[in-house]
Design a protein around this ligand. Structure first.
Ligand code: C5P
Length: 222
C-alpha cells in the first residue's frame, strides 16, 4: 500500500498523541509529536533564561541547539543537545508557558521547516495544532480530534497521576481552557480544523474506538 501522510490536530489532551502513536506503530510509519518540539524549545528557554516574548532569542535557541527524538517500543524519547528531556518537557512550568513560545511567527517557521523535513517522504503520522492547515496541507488523511473540556481534564489528571505529578483538577481544567484559548486565537497558524479534515468528537469514546474510526478513514482514502 502507498505510504501516505496522516495529520492529526486538536486541542490539548484530545487524545491526539495516544492515537497517533498507535496508528504509526500499526502502519509502521514515523510518528512525529510536534507539541514535544515546542515543549523542548520552551524547556530550553527556561533553562537559558530567555524571555518567552523574546522572539529573536527563541529563534537563536532553535539555531544553536538540537531537538531530536528516539522512538522506543514504549514511547518517544525527546532530547535537547543529546540529553534526554522526555519527563522535563511535561512538567507544569513548561506546559504553562509553551503556548506563549509557540505564538511567534519566526519560531513557528523554524519548527514547521523541521516538521516538513520529517514528513517529506510520507509514511508519517504527525500530531499537533496546525498540521492539516500549515505543516502538511497535502496530507491524504486529516483528522481533527475534539472532546469536552471535562473529559480532557480528567484524562490529563489521570496521566499526571501515573507520572507522579500532583495537580488540582479544577486548576488543570482552567489551564487546558487557557491554553486552548491562546492556541486558537493566536495570529499565526491558530488551532483550527482544516476544511478537508474529518472531525471526531472522542467524548465518551475509548482509544480503540477512535483508532478504529481513523483506520476506516485511512482505508477509504488509500
Ligand atoms: O500537543 P501538546 O499539548 O504537547 O502541545 C503543546 C503546545 O505546543 C500547544 O499547546 C501549542 O501551544 C503548541 N503547539 C503548536 N503547534 C503544534 C503543536 C503544538 O502551537 N503543531
Amino acid at each position: 500500500m502507498k505510504k501516505i501522510s496522516i495529520a492529526i490536530d486538536g486541542p490539548a489532551s484530545s487524545g491526539k498523541s495516544t492515537v497517533a502513536k498507535i496508528l504509526a506503530k500499526k502502519l509502521n510509519y514515523i510518528y512525529c509529536d510536534t507539541g514535544a518540539m515546542y515543549r523542548a524549545l520552551t524547556y530550553l528557554a527556561i533553562k537559558k533564561g530567555i524571555d518567552f516574548e523574546n522572539e529573536q532569542g527563541l529563534v537563536d535557541l532553535c539555531l544553536n541547539h538540537t531537538i531530536s527524538f528516539k522512538q522506543t517500543e514504549k514511547e518517544q524519547l525527546v532530547f535537547v543537545d543529546g540529553s534526554e528531556v522526555t519527563e522535563e518537557i511535561r512538567q507544569p512550568n513548561v506546559t504553562n508557558a509553551v503556548s506563549i513560545v509557540a505564538k511567534h511567527g519566526a519560531v513557528r517557521q523554524k519548527m514547521v521547516e523541521l516538521q516538513q523535513e520529517i514528513g517529506r517522504l510520507g509514511g508519517v503520522v504527525m500530531d499537533g495544532r496546525d498540521i492539516g492547515t500549515a505543516v502538511l496541507p497535502d496530507a491524504e488523511v486529516k483528522i481533527f480530534l475534539v472532546a469536552s473540556v471535562e473529559e480532557r481534564a480528567e484524562r490529563r489528571y489521570k496521566e499526571n497521576q501515573e507520572k507522579g505529578i500532583t495537580t488540582d483538577f479544577d486548576t488543570l481544567k482552567k489551564e487546558i481552557e487557557h491554553r486552548d484559548h491562546l492556541d486558537s486565537t493566536r495570529a499565526v497558524s491558530p488551532l483550527k480544523q482544516a476544511v478537508d479534515a474529518v472531525k471526531i468528537d472522542t467524548t465518551g469514546m475509548n482509544i480503540e474506538e477512535v483508532v478504529k474510526e481513523i483506520e476506516e478513514i485511512i482505508i477509504a482514502k488509500s
